[in-house]
Design a protein around this ligand. Structure first.
Ligand code: NDP
Length: 327
């Protein structure tokens, strides 16, 4: 038996509890891990609350991220005692995840914990921070350099947004943060934002083309916001799109793409090949100033994670939440 969060769905409905779980619940895998820390991402919150059909098989241990120590390995890639990191690959959705003291995983999903980070720091970054890095890499790949002008980050107070601001600012970009919580401007400026705009200016239906302002953008919001960001991106600019906090729709026109040569770069972290993951985590280690973790992160227990999941979906959580699964 092990201690963890379990999502069940049956005649009594959809429910999430923290309890003692039989090891038989864990699916097959060649590496068994004693989990140290997990996190709460937007997707975890959807799974825990049941607000969207993230979980595909039941019962399910949620948690798309984890750091842990290998207890047993049938793989020659990892040995007992190694500290490993996992982000995504359907873990916490179709394969039991990190919000528990034990996980059984496939070795091809794991990377060694990057030497730049402690287990808590790696989970403070988690899928949100690693996705922010992938978005910045997409901007770089498409030629968005700091001298090109302002770069917009939407969903600024969220996990992806907070790390996108910190990464871009450290790389020398002029970052503008779009938020519904302008009262958090001091936090956003401390992360490196030069300017703050109210997200209301982007969240309603807009024109196919607007005044050109952004050299690039990292968008974790989707819907009208993404359409308006594309419409106000400068000639030749790039928008990295990774999220749907406002909505999954994309009510846009082709005008920015065919008249201003704007690139819309889609970013997925879940099935990302290992080489990109290793590059992203290495870049995070080079770029991030460890001092920023104090501002971005707060730590909670497994049982607290159930209520915090609802707060996160209600837009009440700032930055990132680390879950200590052993308390
Ligand atoms: P968070 O909940 O931490 O942040 C989301 C932020 O979006 C909020 O803090 C809020 O920022 C803003 N927001 C919330 N609701 C709305 C709304 N209705 N309209 C406009 N803005 C809104 O989530 P994450 O940062 O963890 O994830 C953000 C998105 O990115 C999610 O949709 C998630 O699923 C997606 N994602 C995708 C990944 C991928 O692989 N493609 C990986 C990781 C995340 P503020 O208060 O500042 O306005």
């Amino acid at each position: 038996m092990f201690h963890g969060m379990l999502i069940e769905k049956d005649d009594q409905g959809y429910r999430t509890t923290v309890k003692s779980i039989d090891e038989n619940v864990l699916p097959a895998g060649d590496v068994t891990v004693k989990v140290l820390y997990s996190t709460l991402n937007y997707k975890d919150a959807l799974a825990i609350t049941g607000k969207a059909p993230v979980v595909r098989t039941f019962p399910m241990v949620p948690g798309i991220d984890l750091v842990g120590v290998v207890e047993h390995s049938d793989s020659d890639k990892f040995a007992a005692g190694d500290t490993v990191l996992l982000n995504g690959f359907g873990v916490g959705e179709t394969h039991c995840g990190g919000l528990a003291t034990k996980a059984r995983l496939k070795s091809e999903w794991l990377i060694p914990l990057p030497s730049a980070f402690s287990p808590q720091q790696a989970m403070a970054i988690g899928t949100a921070g690693y996705t922010a890095m992938l978005c910045v890499m997409a901007l770089e790949k498409n030629g968005v350099t700091p001298d090109k002008g302002e770069v917009l980050v939407t969903g600024a107070n969220g996990g992806v947004g907070s790390f996108a601001i910190a990464i871009l600012a450290k790389l020398g970009y002029q970052v503008v943060a779009s938020t519904g919580r302008v009262d958090q401007s001091d936090y956003l400026k401390k992360l490196g934002a030069k300017d703050i705009i109210d997200r209301a200016s982007l969240s309603e239906a807009g024109r196919p083309l607007a005044k050109e302002r952004w050299a690039g953008a990292v968008d974790s919001v989707g819907s009208h916001t993404l359409a308006n960001v594309c419409a106000s991106t400068k000639y030749g600019g790039t928008v990295a799109a990774c999220g749907l906090a406002q909505g999954m729709d994309f009510p846009a026109s082709v005008a920015p793409f065919i008249l201003r040569c704007v690139t819309l770069a889609g970013v997925d972290s879940v099935m990302r090949p290992l080489a990109d993951r290793i590059e992203a985590w290495q870049r995070l280690g080079e770029i991030l100033d460890p001092a920023i973790f104090d501002d971005i992160v707060h730590e909670i227990s497994l049982i607290e994670a159930i209520d915090v999941a609802s707060d996160l979906l209600a837009g009440k959580v700032r930055g990132r939440v680390v879950v200590d699964v052993n308390r």
